[in-house]
Design a protein around this ligand. Structure first.
Ligand SMILES: [Fe+2]
Length: 198
C-alpha cells in the first residue's frame, strides 16, 4: 500500500481515538492517553505505529458511557481489568476497520491492547510499563481525590507490582506536590520491596 495513504489512515485513527477519549467522564483520560504514548516513546523511541495506536487507545472503552465495563459486575479487580482490555481492543478494532486499516495492523493493535494489563511479549510489556508509569504520573493524584485512602493504596500496590524493574525506578523518582500522595507511594514501595526481600 502507498505509504502516504497508509499514514493518512493511521492519522485518522489517532484523531478518532482522541475525539472519543475527549468525551470521557474520567477527567484524566485524555492526558493519560497522550502521556502513555510519551512514556512508550521514552522506553522505546522507535516504537511502530501499532504500538502508538495501542498506547493512545488502550483505555478507550472507559470513555464510552454506554459500552464501558463496570467494576461491580466482576468478581474481582483482575477480572474487571481483563474485560476492560477486551472491550477496548474491540472498540479500537471497529475504529480501525472504519478507517480501512489493513488486517495485519488491526490484529497487532488488538493483541497489544487485549493483553496490556497482563503483558506477555516484549512489545506488550513495554506498553504495560508505559501505561503503569503514566498511571502514577498522571492518574494517581486524580484517583486519590475520588477514592478512599484504602482504595488508593490498593490501586497503588496493584500498579506498582505490575511495573518492570526499570518502571519501578522511574516511578520511585516521580514528584508529587501533595505530600499525602508522596507518603502513600513511599509506603507502597517500601512494603512491596520488603515482600520481595522476605
Ligand atoms: Fe491506562
Amino acid at each position: 500500500m502507498n505509504r502516504y495513504i497508509r499514514m493518512i489512515k493511521i492519522n485518522l485513527v489517532k484523531r478518532k481515538i482522541e475525539e472519543v477519549i475527549k468525551g470521557s467522564s474520567v477527567p484524566e483520560d485524555p492526558i493519560h492517553s497522550k502521556n502513555t504514548l510519551e512514556w512508550l516513546l521514552k522506553l522505546m523511541p522507535n516504537a511502530d505505529e501499532s504500538l502508538k495506536i495501542a498506547a493512545l487507545g488502550h483505555d478507550i472503552e472507559r470513555a464510552i458511557e454506554k459500552r464501558k465495563v463496570r467494576r461491580q459486575d466482576y468478581k474481582d479487580y483482575d477480572a474487571f481489568k481483563d474485560a476492560h482490555a477486551f472491550n477496548s481492543a474491540n472498540i479500537l478494532t471497529e475504529i480501525m476497520q472504519a478507517c480501512d486499516i489493513d488486517q495485519k495492523m488491526i490484529n497487532e493493535v488488538f493483541s497489544l491492547v487485549r493483553h496490556h494489563e497482563t503483558g506477555g511479549t516484549d512489545r506488550i510489556d513495554i506498553l504495560k510499563d508505559a501505561d503503569s508509569i503514566s498511571y502514577f504520573e498522571v492518574n494517581l493524584p486524580h484517583y486519590f481525590i475520588r477514592n478512599s485512602l484504602q482504595e488508593t493504596k490498593r490501586r497503588c500496590f496493584w500498579g506498582y507490582r505490575r511495573l518492570s524493574d526499570r518502571g519501578k525506578k522511574i516511578v520511585a523518582e516521580l514528584n508529587y506536590q501533595n505530600k499525602n500522595i508522596k507518603s502513600l507511594l513511599k509506603v507502597c514501595i517500601d512494603e512491596c520491596e520488603q515482600k520481595v526481600l522476605r
